[in-house]
Write a protein that binds this ligand. Structure first.
Ligand code: DP6
Length: 380
């Protein structure tokens, strides 16, 4: 018989950023983090895993190209951990086929270009772990599987859930078994939460998250203040803002945390710059936009690159897209609610605020929303 499964998994974008490891091999973070899972209707990794006695070795194809599985590397760890779970499952269920020792072939595709500069490791490792879990018919919960996705890439553990997801840092340094993802609220709790990703033109390949955060932990004094005195209360505050659907508070915490993450990158020695002038222009634009209302209506956040992710609620998405297109008219056209967005400035907006930053451009906007966790796809 054929042992095969196909799954897809979503991208997640953190509001409280993970930055820093206290244990490199187990990937245990120096602070807890929290993210929004984005809809797989727009961005996803899709992975097929097959186990077969005729396979000479474990093998992975990423976007059609062989991706070597290095002994002791992250991919290798994830695959061996999943095989170990299958072996335990077979020991407990003697009637099940013995496939834990078969080699596996894994094939994974992202439906978004890596060139867009969008992190694909989170959705990629989540889809891989979930595909193996389905292939092996494992009883483990998403929370338990998040422990293994974490070993692939820290942020991947949060892609095992839809909606709003925390990664609790845990305290067990020997096993890491309490450093796992937890769903704070499902996507149905706040379906009005939408996202506009501004894909910023940028040729340069920057410092990777892995090496960047390593250097931060070794050289930054500011990160100690962040992990000890800032993140713990922010985690509690944003969870309560999400529970009560207080967008203004959610937005302020998200923007402050992005700002502090980039301050910590600058405090690293030598310093790391992830944002560029276009990123800073978008910050100025969103800041001016938020000045027009009593409470913020939009929140920007930036990961380890220049692309902006803007969180907002359904009634404001078009207005914000119009505003971004006003400053970046070269951006590819975008359709929202079946209608192409036209550049426009909101009433009362001070056009001058972002002018001094206007260099470089936005390639395009991706409109998406809060979405669900990993899916099982049919193998037909
Ligand atoms: C800025 O999860 O890519 O996106 O664990 O070394 O694989 P590794 O790092 P990674 O770091 C993500 C950093 C971030 C913030 C976040 O997603 O929380």
């Amino acid at each position: 018989s054929i042992y095969q499964a196909t799954t897809s998994a979503p991208v997640n974008i953190a509001c409280i950023k993970y930055w820093g490891k206290r244990n490199e091999s187990l990937i245990l973070p120096t602070n807890s983090s929290l993210s929004v899972t984005l809809s797989q209707d727009n961005l996803r990794s899709t992975t097929t895993a097959r186990a077969d006695p005729s396979f000479a070795a474990d093998c992975l194809w990423l976007n059609g190209k062989v991706d070597p599985i290095k002994a002791g590397g992250r991919l290798h760890t994830c695959i061996s951990e999943m095989k170990r779970l299958r072996a335990a499952f077979e020991a407990a269920n003697p009637d099940q086929p013995k496939i834990a020792s078969f080699n596996v072939h894994i094939c994974s595709f992202n439906n978004f270009p890596t060139a867009a500069g969008l992190a694909s490791s989170a959705s990629g490792f989540a889809a891989l772990v979930y595909a193996l879990a389905k292939l092996y018919a494992l009883p483990q919960t998403p929370e338990e599987l998040s422990l293994i996705a974490r070993r692939g890439s820290g942020s991947a553990c949060r892609s095992l859930f839809g909606g709003f997801v925390a990664w609790d840092m845990g305290s067990d340094d020997a096993t890491g078994l309490d450093s796992k993802a937890r769903q704070v609220a499902p996507e149905s709790h706040w379906p009005e939460m939408e996202a506009l990703i501004c894909v910023v033109n940028d040729a340069k390949k920057g410092t990777s998250s892995t090496s960047g955060m390593q250097r931060t932990v070794v050289t930054s004094a500011l990160i100690q203040h962040r992990i000890g005195s800032v993140v713990p209360s922010r985690m509690a505050d944003i969870e309560s803002a999400i529970a009560d659907k207080r967008f203004g508070d959610f937005a302020e915490i998200t923007m402050r945390d992005s700002n502090q993450f980039h301050a910590v990158a600058l405090d690293t020695y030598p310093p790391i710059f992830y944002m560029n002038d276009v990123s800073r222009a978008i910050i100025a634009i969103i800041t001016e936009y938020n000045r027009l209302s009593e409470q913020p209506k939009a929140a920007y956040t930036y990961d380890a690159g220049p692309n902006a992710v803007i969180y907002t609620l359904t009634p404001n998405v078009r207005e914000i897209a119009q505003l971004i297109l006003y400053y970046f008219p070269q951006a590819e056209k975008v359709v929202i609610g079946g209608q192409e967005v036209q550049a426009a400035l909101p009433e009362g907006f001070n056009e001058a605020v972002a002018k001094r930053w206007e260099v470089g451009s936005v390639k395009g906007l991706i409109h998406t929303r809060v979405g669900d966790g990993p899916r099982v796809l049919s193998d037909s």
